[in-house]
Design a protein around this ligand. Sequence first.
Ligand SMILES: [Zn+2]
Ligand SMILES: [Zn+2]
Length: 132
Amino acid sequence: MKKTRNTRQRGVILDVLRESHEHPTAEMIYREARRALPNISLGTVYRNLNFLRDQGTVREIRPSEGGSSRFDGVDAPHAHFHCTHCNALLDIPLPTALESVRFEKEERISAVSLVDLHVIGSCSGCEVAAAT
Ligand SMILES: [Zn+2]
Ligand SMILES: [Zn+2]
């Protein structure tokens, strides 16, 4: 019984995450998940996100300037662009050269599971707003 409930909660959280392209925070996921599961708590959302992150199903992105972690349900390798003005976090293609990098000459590394590229700057929307 308990297991079924946990699985359902996890499924809803994952659905919310995969339908969003904004890399929501745990609080944003919580607000969306409550539509399907009115009794879910923020603590449950955090617990499930941590579980899914440890499992490798979702990625947690910690903003370089502090603030809440953002979550990502996209499986395919990609990089992130973070606009420091509006706080948008956009998926951008990971340069193919980085996708295949393995650091063979780096003896301290034995295996690479993910290359995480985080690009910081201003998005085109904010650039336009700043110019006018
Ligand atoms: Zn922006
Ligand atoms: Zn992403």
